[in-house]
Design a protein around this ligand. Structure first.
Ligand SMILES: Cc1cc2nc3c(=O)[nH]c(=O)nc-3n(C[C@H](O)[C@H](O)[C@H](O)COP(=O)(O)OP(=O)(O)OC[C@H]3O[C@@H](n4cnc5c(N)ncnc54)[C@H](O)[C@@H]3O)c2cc1C
Length: 391
């Protein structure tokens, strides 16, 4: 079915955007409508990441939007980055996930914590999509508690020896480089750049996902992998390294979830005007209007929250807890809207004629990854009371 999406801007927030920000958003929207909307249902059904869209993703600035141009990035501000993520997730959370990982979890740590040689070697190839990257933090036994990780490396004099495994890694089976977080002999966490083809390194795909099917997910397995010493990220150690990457990615997710919610609302609004029951459009019934009114209210609140967060990010003042609040609120808001939108579509809502069920299934991953819904609540709780309740 043709992509008839129209953006929703109830509080005239476009007036708060610069001409450049609007241009970037509109260019992303047009490209996605033309190139991704027509294929996304098949990609989801076939559980295949559509690799043919990678150059196009690079062309709209989806890989490293805020990475400086000297390293191949788009050199944009944080709100532009957010708007690109909104547009990507408006079409599919899996496509946004691929871009989020590449930008915030791979390019960001190389840019922030890498040596100049590492930046020059990796960033331009990642920005152009020539290389895909992945980020290995989660392990089979350490998800919400990544600090407990077992993956480790030993200093062997002229190289490091890496052992362990990572689980649930977006992009891993197709990645040329993995940013891997592992403990040294003193138990201190460092980032290592592990490249495809290194002996003892494999990245098998995880199959059978009912969610994010258009995004490829896998494991990372390290069996005595010799990692050259120049592949250690020198600029940061400790859990703060990966957590700062997550701040950047979660900010993008907060925007992305608005995109998914807008798509569901847009579809529900149109359907409620076109579908006739009891001789009236179903949008004429109070119960349908209640659903639609609540949806646009929640979307508008999320837009305001997230725009302000973008301003704070631009000024370097957004805290981890503020980002947690937006990620948690917006993903929860989007899931609830997807469920209500599905009801408005009646039986048609369960089919792939509409994007609703795909968004709903995708958002079940989004509410869990990058910090679960409950962990983000506990981050807010710890921030306002000063007492962490998660251990
Ligand atoms: C599709 C997909 C892609 C992903 N991509 C990546 C990736 O690219 N890189 C990466 O490193 N990871 C990735 N992840 C992993 C993701 O970040 C983890 O799944 C997430 O952090 C949760 O970990 P877990 O699944 O082990 O759940 P668990 O940590 O086992 O949590 C299970 C449940 O227990 C709850 N819980 C845990 N601890 C507490 C507590 N202290 N108090 C209250 N409740 C608690 C959680 O909220 C949750 O409801 C991905 C996951 C998915 C599903």
């Amino acid at each position: 079915m043709a992509d008839r999406f129209q953006g929703h801007d109830y509080y005239l927030m476009d007036e708060m955007l610069t001409e450049e920000q609007k241009m970037i958003r509109d260019a992303a929207r047009e490209w996605l409508k033309a190139e991704v909307s027509p294929i996304i249902e098949d990609s989801f059904e076939d559980a295949k990441f559509p690799e043919q869209i990678v150059p196009g993703l690079a062309s709209i600035g989806a890989f490293g939007p805020y990475i400086p141009e000297e390293y191949g990035g788009a050199g944009l501000d944080q709100i532009s980055y957010g708007l690109i993520m909104q547009e990507l997730e408006r079409v599919d959370s899996g496509i946004r996930s691929t871009a989020s990982v590449q930008s915030s979890l791979v390019m960001y740590p190389i840019w922030k914590f890498g040596s100049e040689e590492q930046r020059q070697k990796f960033l331009p190839k990642l920005a152009s999509g020539e290389w895909i990257g992945c980020f290995g933090l989660t392990e089979p036994d350490f998800g919400s508690n990544p600090g407990g990780m077992l993956t480790n490396f030993k200093d062997m004099g002229d190289h490091y020896l890496l052992n362990g495994s990572k689980m649930w890694i977006s992009n891993s089976p197709i990645a040329q480089v993995a940013v891997v977080w592992a403990k040294n002999e003193e138990g201190r966490i460092h980032g290592l750049l592990v490249e495809k083809g290194m002996e003892g390194f494999t990245a098998p795909e995880i199959k059978g996902k009912h969610s994010l099917r258009a995004s490829i997910t896998g494991e990372l397995i390290f069996d005595n992998v010799k990692v050259p010493k120049e592949n250690l990220l020198p600029g940061k150690s400790g859990l703060g390294g990966p957590l700062s990457c997550l701040d950047s990615a979660r900010f993008g997710i907060a925007w992305g979830a608005i995109g998914a919610a807008m798509d569901c609302y847009d579809s529900a609004l149109r359907y409620s005007m076109e579908r006739i029951q009891f001789d009236k459009p179903i949008g004429a019934f109070q119960l349908t209007q209640k659903k639609l009114a609540e949806m646009i209210t929640e979307i508008t609140k999320a837009q305001l929250l997230t725009f302000r967060l973008g301003e704070l990010r631009n000024e370097g003042r957004a805290t981890t807890a503020q980002i947690s609040m937006a990620k948690r609120n917006n993903v929860d808001m989007a899931i609830k809207i997807a469920r209500e939108a599905r009801q408005i579509h009646g039986g048609m809502g369960i089919t792939n004629e509409y994007s609703i069920m795909r968004h709903m299934a995708n958002l079940e991953s989004v509410i869990t990854y990058e910090g679960t819904h409950d962990i983000h609540l506990l981050i807010t709780g710890a921030d306002v009371t000063g007492i962490p309740a998660f251990k």
